[in-house]
Design a protein around this ligand. Structure first.
Ligand code: NDP
Ligand code: 8X3
Length: 253
């Protein structure tokens, strides 16, 4: 069944790979993120290679009124959203709490927790109208584990884990499936953002082992999406083979 899928954070990393993978399967996609130029480019690339509909909806997930305005402004033929993929998110810094920056804490909590709440609340009415309503939240292994310097990022992803479980309870009567993907280390723009643009420091994170790539997570999202209607994949944790948990890596150097 072809679906209409809204993906947050589609300008890079997992979200972009998910958008390409969903479009390749013929789904209609609504792609969001703050960087509109990237959304324009992605739309034109997808439309050249696939015959799938793409709608661009730029907004900042931290701005509740922008979220509501964007979602309610969807043209009628794009309001039939079946699937929401809450993927937008970020880490900022990796300091011990006593040395942390409150601006970094606020940005992580505002994006990863409050942003997910704003988007989910705005989209639920559309999902309720669908016969195949489904929310897929991108959490993290940091949503069930904690590592040194991960404090607030881990707390924000623990919140995503709790909200995924809460939504599964609350949307049970509406037959809306709620799934969570919890990736380990994946080489995207994540670490460049975490280290405030320090590309060298970011590259060090992935040295000496084979990290996940965005397409690995897109494949997991498709597996969840393509499960039969009576099956809800609640939670999938996926790490590189070289990663046992949030702090144990088999690095070659
Ligand atoms: P990227 O940095 O490559 O992509 C992050 C995406 O989130 C971008 O599209 C960005 O869009 C969007 N985003 C960030 N802040 C906002 C905002 N305020 N409003 C709207 N969109 C926003 O990282 P990943 O693809 O790796 O991360 C995607 C998700 O996966 C995040 O939730 C992250 O926490 C999680 N994750 C990542 C892991 C990893 O190792 N890479 C592992 C586990 C989980 P734009 O800047 O254009 O707004
Ligand atoms: C991103 C993975 O290990 O940096 O969620 O927290 S990790």
């Amino acid at each position: 069944m072809k679906k209409t899928i809204l993906i947050t954070g589609a300008t890079a990393g997992f979200g972009e790979a998910m958008a390409r993978a969903c479009a390749a399967e013929g789904h209609r996609i609504i792609i969001t993120g703050r960087r509109k130029k990237r959304l324009d480019k992605l739309k034109s690339e997808i439309e050249i290679s696939d015959n799938s509909g793409v709608f661009i909806l730029p907004f900042d997930v931290r701005d509740q009124s922008a979220v509501n305005t964007a979602i309610t402004s969807l043209p009628e033929n794009w309001q039939n959203i079946d699937v929401l993929i809450n993927n937008a998110g970020l880490a900022r810094g990796k300091s011990f709490l006593e040395a942390g920056e409150s601006a970094d804490w606020n940005e992580m909590i505002d994006t990863n927790v409050k942003g997910l709440l704003y988007v989910t609340r705005a989209v639920i009415p559309f999902l309720k109208n669908s016969k195949a309503g489904h929310i897929i939240n991108v959490g993290s292994i940091a949503g069930t584990e904690v590592y040194p310097g991960g404090n607030v990022y881990c707390a924000s992803k623990h919140a995503v884990n709790a909200l995924s479980k809460a939504l599964r309870i609350e949307l049970l009567k509406d037959a809306i499936r709620v799934s969570q993907i919890r990736p380990g280390l994946a080489e995207t723009e994540f670490s460049v953002v975490r280290y405030h643009g320090d590309a060298e420091k970011a590259a060090q994170v992935y040295k000496g082992f084979e990290a996940l790539i965005a397409e690995d997570i897109a494949r997991v999202a498709l597996f969840i999406l393509n499960s039969p209607a009576h099956v809800c994949i609640n939670d999938i944790e996926v790490t590189p083979t070289a990663q046992a948990n949030a702090y144990l890596l088999n690095k070659s150097e």
